[in-house]
Design a protein around this ligand. Structure first.
Ligand code: AHR
Length: 647
């Protein structure tokens, strides 16, 4: 199979090859700085798909903690007398709660949560258990909490007494001594009586940056380690939902987590062959947490908002869309979000941000309207958004979309429309084959330099089996040389999707895979990381025989200056032969220079890191010394190499 894919790649190479003289090799003009490379250039795209938020990045371990899924007890196993109630609720927007009545010592009464494909517990870590509860008859009720592993053994026990007939929060810290990837949380009544319980939560104390209601530490750290310049959120199709009723509404995602109304996740049912009836959005990772995480990982936030359209893939009925003359609430959502992010703590929405713990503005600079929309349905809605945002926030960069495809009728209609509407950037999406990625490395060489800039907002190379693989990573690395070379046109790019739970995914490939305890970085992740860490500040001309290097002889290359200190050269060799290359670094002195060399390579194009074998393809770092201005290097077969050269 490996050979087959290899020959496919080679076929592509020989099919399009314009070979250049190995002797002439590559020339870099090290003193001729071209376009600035935006600090936001390489970023991340987050969508709650593949259990990326609940069950993933958001550190909550209990599924359906407030009994608000369509079936109140999804994720719970009940024993004894347990019913769902809504009278005098604890939270008005999440009104359901569970009533537990214990009158029979033989059966007992209680409930057990399965987490998200199990609950991941680490020995030695502390976990905050909490619930809201009241007694029904005002007599105290003792509860036992237990962590139960997949063999049904109890490995942690604590007790708790519920007292008082008014709603109150109760907390207990669990300190398990065992590591379990798939455990369950059990609550059992020890005293006869009746209690009401709601918002049952189990949270690791150790979250990323120790934030309360925070993110899973290892996953958020993996994001930070990419050095992302920009952070797109919350999607993706989830922005549209399936219809307007299920669209993403940011105002439902702020304020106390207990009162954020739950919404079905569209990836619950989008693919019939990948049905996950337990997939909902708790919005525990809401817009406040998103802005805060952006700040914590050093990325500029880039929210995407619904433009008043239902998902166009799922709905052909125009009644499913908001009429243009009734768009104001949607436009207000955009304006209010900007105020929530940037407004003074005295403004209506800025005050909520401040009360949530962030008095200072988040300094939001850009906003996207619409995800994958097309036709006049989209443009006639986008226009009033642009008008209103420009009028109130003239500094805000506005991003429109070019539809779901990288070319074709909708794309050809939308680009001129985006110019007419004068958006600042246009969001392009492409999930394409390795061949497409390789042959599109010159895509932006001929783009209009005067129009809106490009945001490659969703892209990933899809090999035929849709697995993450070294082949797809190499094709992405090659393609990205074209993004960097055209940094005057391309200002942002974000690979998609970001996360996938190994037991609960709907879409692949994805950048980071995880189970309940650990994660694995794909070869594609390392490509993104190498670009993120070696973005540079200004494009430098890199040519072979006077032309950009975009596939000739199987090579793809780009060069950048990092301020005035370093020269960064990225070279992808898609051939199976090693190549000796002479790099003429014009402008560099003839003194000795050092370079750090980071190389991602594999002879197996199907290589993909897994949880069990996480380092099959990882970057290798070495160094070299050379006498300027000529640097001679040997490129390994099937490799992506980054040279950082001291001036
Ligand atoms: O990234 C997965 C999906 O691909 C996104 O939700 C959507 O925008 C695109 O079709």
């Amino acid at each position: 199979m490996g050979v087959c894919i290899l020959s496919l790649l080679l076929g592509e190479m020989t099919g399009t090859a314009q070979t250049f003289n190995a002797a002439s090799d590559l020339t870099v003009e090290t003193n001729r700085k071209g376009a600035s490379i935006q600090s936001t250039m390489y970023g991340i795209f987050f969508e709650d798909i593949n259990f990326g938020a609940d069950g993933g990045l958001y550190a909550e371990l209990i599924k359906n903690r407030s009994f608000e899924f369509d079936h109140a007890f999804t994720g719970w196993t009940l024993f004894g007398d347990v019913t769902v109630q809504t009278k005098n609720p604890c939270f008005d927007r999440n009104p359901r709660y569970a009533r537990l009545v214990h009158r029979n010592m033989l059966t007992g009464t209680g409930l057990e949560n399965e987490g998200f494909k199990g609950i991941g517990i680490k020995a030695g870590e502390k976990y905050d258990f909490s619930l809201y509860a009241r007694t029904v008859k005002n007599s105290p009720v003792k509860l036992r909490l237990e962590l139960v592993n997949s063999k049904n053994d109890i490995f942690e026990t604590k007790e708790l007494t519920i007292e008082g007939n008014g709603w109150r929060k109760f907390n207990v810290v669990l300190t398990p001594g065992q590591t379990e990837v798939k455990s369950r949380l059990r609550l059992t009544m020890l005293t006869e009586g009746a209690i009401d319980v709601d918002h049952i939560s189990l949270f690791p104390q150790q979250t990323f940056n120790n934030r309360s209601n925070g993110m899973r530490a290892d996953l958020a750290q993996a994001l930070k380690d990419l050095k992302p310049g920009v952070f797109r959120f919350p999607g993706g199709c989830i922005v549209e939902g399936t219809n307007l009723a299920t669209r993403y509404q940011w105002k439902n995602t702020i304020g106390p987590v207990e009162n954020r109304p739950v919404n079905i996740n569209r990836w619950n049912y989008t693919f019939a062959y990948k049905k996950f009836s337990d997939y909902y959005q708790s919005y525990g990772l809401g817009f406040f947490e998103y802005f805060q995480l952006s700040e914590d990982i050093g990325a500029e936030p880039l929210p995407v908002l619904n433009c008043g359209l239902s998902c166009q893939y799922e709905n052909s009925d125009p009644k499913q869309n908001c009429p243009v003359d009734e768009l104001q609430p949607y436009i207000d959502d955009a304006l209010d979000l900007i105020e929530f992010a940037n407004g003074p703590a005295t403004s209506k929405w800025g005050k909520i941000r401040s009360e949530m713990g962030h008095p200072a503005p988040f300094n939001l600079k850009m906003i996207a309207v619409g995800n994958e929309q097309w036709g006049t349905l989209y443009t006639e809605r986008l226009e009033p958004f642009v008008k209103a945002i420009r009028a109130k926030y003239p500094e805000m960069k506005i991003i429109g979309g070019a539809g779901p495809q990288a070319e074709g009728e909708d794309f050809d209609f939308l680009w001129p429309e985006m110019k007419r509407i004068k958006v600042d950037l246009v969001d392009e999406h492409y999930y394409r084959s390795p061949e497409w990625f390789l042959s599109n490395a010159s895509r932006y060489d001929s783009y209009d330099r005067k129009g809106p800039k490009v945001f490659a907002g969703e892209y990933a190379c899809h090999a035929p089996n849709r697995e993450n693989s070294f082949l797809s990573a190499l094709a992405e690395a090659a393609f990205m040389t074209g993004l960097e070379r055209n940094a005057d046109v391309v200002h942002l790019c974000t690979y998609a999707p970001l996360f996938a739970h190994v037991d609960a995914w709907q879409w692949r490939p994805d950048l980071i895979w995880f189970d309940n305890l650990t994660h694995v970085k794909t070869p594609n992740y390392y490509v993104q990381q190498l670009y993120g860490h070696n973005a540079g500040t200004d494009v430098l001309p890199l040519t072979a025989n006077g032309k950009p290097v975009a596939g000739q002889n199987g090579l793809y290359a780009t060069a950048a200056a990092d301020n005035n200190d370093e020269i960064i050269i990225k070279v992808v060799n898609t051939g199976i032969d090693q190549k000796k290359i002479k790099l003429s670094l014009n402008g560099l002195t003839n003194a000795k220079h050092n370079a750090t060399v980071t190389c991602l390579l594999s002879s197996n194009l199907e290589a993909r890191n897994t949880i069990q074998d996480s380092d099959e393809v990882i970057p290798q770092v070495s160094s070299l010394e050379f006498q300027g201005p000529l640097m001679e290097v040997t490129l390994a077969p099937l490799s992506f190499t980054v040279y950082r050269i001291n001036r």
